[in-house]
Design a protein around this ligand. Structure first.
Ligand code: NAD
Length: 460
């Protein structure tokens, strides 16, 4: 059997569970009646992206001082594909000593090489990284979908191009910092300890690294433990771009150990954290009075407000993108829909019709709209909040779709009859779950939209 045939067969086997789900979606059937035009039948044809572009290693070390190294105590853990539960690779689990090595390397590189380097020279490295990311974009996209569970359409068209664009953009700033609003002769802060979540692993890495590097800082990046692979491939790209050793270091492992050791390290001058509000609060408490700079990007419970004069079909697309993009695992997801009472019924009806066309399943199928939930803990959290929604009296609805039997899956879900006090109207679910509330006047819409502890984003 050729390699190609083999790949096709194994892929077919892996997604045979997804077959049922196509029934009823995009198909019509039935026998033509005399005199009537026969109904067209559209067969669903999968369009799987090949995995062959990704060369997974069986194990990955820590990226410290320009090289991949084993952790001092040789500890590791497994990262898996959330769509199939297949183990993808063994990942080094950094301990306190490894974090120290990485921070020391970053400190040396900052003082000796990267800080003194003219901005125009730093820019060349960042441009080079951006270009290599573009050259290796297919590999990055497939790897991201494998490790995160997000649809290839999103990793290919959103995560990877935006991450590369970010490096391009900040490369452009590196020699123009005098005009960036920091006053004359702005100086780097030093070593940045950067901790990121699993929902946009590569993009978050780019958001953290590119601006810090452009400004002459060096970095120790800690990706989320369930999505380390794209950050490690980025480390490989950074090696390929000949970035001086120690300028970027990537340490993998648990947040409570590697993450906590990184943010507490005295050699770290600035902590940049994106993740949950709970951990953000802990960091703020831990860093208070230390003199370290701190940036936090935390959770959200955004309201999308739809008034009765809105163009409804466009509004529906906005609602769907707002909450079902990236399985709703988005800090600024439009997880609350506030719709004016006079049009609530028609909006909900059209929304349901639209959701029945969403395709849930294999993240590597280019037609997939919703992939897998990234990890079992997150799936448990979504299930728990959805159950609380039902228990508190909201009405739960999902389109008919058969979820794969392996992996971590949650069907797109809409709750109506939601009151502002319900947990599903207050707590961040971070999953494909929409809570619909109604309002009568603009004042009531604003009051309800603001009835949350979060203030990250909103839409009208
Ligand atoms: P999380 O807070 O559990 O983890 C985020 C990162 O912090 C991970 O790398 C984790 O290993 C690390 N971490 C955990 N405990 C730590 C500790 N004590 N010290 C240092 N590091 C620690 O969050 P998550 O589950 O990975 O991500 C989901 C959350 O992130 C959601 O609440 C979401 O809203 C938020 N988020 C916010 C934004 C934003 O830009 N505002 C973007 C994406 C995600």
């Amino acid at each position: 059997m050729s390699e190609h045939e083999h790949a096709n067969n194994s892929e077919d086997a892996a997604v045979s569970d997804l077959k049922d789900e196509s029934a009823g979606i995009g198909e019509t059937s039935g026998h033509p009646v005399a005199g009537e035009r026969p109904e067209q039948v559209f067969e669903y044809a999968r369009a799987p992206e090949s995995r062959s572009v990704v060369h997974l290693r069986s194990s990955y070390g820590l990226f410290i001082d320009g090289a991949f190294v084993e952790p001092v105590d040789a500890k590791s853990y497994k990262t898996e594909n959330p769509a199939t539960e297949e183990v993808l690779a063994e990942i080094a689990a950094a301990g306190v000593e490894d974090v120290d090595r990485a921070v020391q390397a970053a400190g040396r590189a900052q003082k000796m090489v990267w800080g003194p380097m003219p901005g125009a020279e730093r820019a060349k490295y960042l441009f080079r990284i951006a270009r290599i990311m573009q050259e290796r974009s297919r590999e990055l996209a497939v790897l991201e979908s494998l490790d995160n569970g997000k649809p290839i359409r999103e990793s290919r068209d959103v995560d990877v191009p935006l991450a590369a664009a970010h490096f391009f953009y900040y490369a452009g700033w590196a020699d123009k910092l005098d005009y960036a609003g920091f006053g004359p002769n702005p100086a780097p802060i030093g070593v940045a300890g950067q901790v990121i979540p699993w929902n946009f692993p590569l993009m978050m890495a780019a958001w953290k690294l590119a601006p810090a590097l452009a400004a002459g800082n060096t970095c120790v990046l800690k990706p989320a433990s369930t999505t380390p692979l794209s950050a490690l491939l980025l480390a490989e790209i950074i090696q390929q771009a000949d970035l001086p050793p120690g300028v970027v270091n990537v340490i993998t492992g648990a947040g409570s150990l590697a993450g906590a050791a990184l943010v507490a390290h005295p050699g770290v001058d600035k902590v940049a954290f994106t993740g949950s509000t709970e951990v953000g609060k802990d960091l703020q408490r831990a860093l208070a009075g230390t003199g370290k700079h701190l940036t936090l990007e935390l959770g959200g419970k955004a309201a999308n407000i739809v008034f009765e004069d809105a163009p409804l079909d466009q509004a529906i697309e906005g609602i769907v993108n707002g909450i079902f993009f990236n399985q709703g695992e988005v800090c600024c997801a439009g997880s609350r829909l506030l719709v004016q009472e006079s049009i609530a019924d028609i909006v909900v009806e059209r929304l349901k019709r639209r959701l029945a066309t969403l395709r849930v399943g294999d993240p590597l199928d280019k037609n997939t709209d919703l992939g897998a939930i990234n990890n079992p803990a997150q799936l448990d959290k979504i299930r728990e909040l959805a159950a609380a929604g039902e228990a508190e009296g909201a009405i739960r609805w999902s389109p008919s779709c058969t979820l794969p039997s392996k992996g971590y899956w949650f069907a797109p879900t809409v709750f109506t009859n939601v009151s502002p006090a319900h947990r599903i109207a207050q707590e961040e679910i971070f999953g494909p779950v929409l809570s619909v509330l109604t309002f009568r006047t603009p004042e009531e819409a604003v009051a309800k939209a603001n009835n949350t502890v979060y203030g990250l984003s909103a839409g009208v």
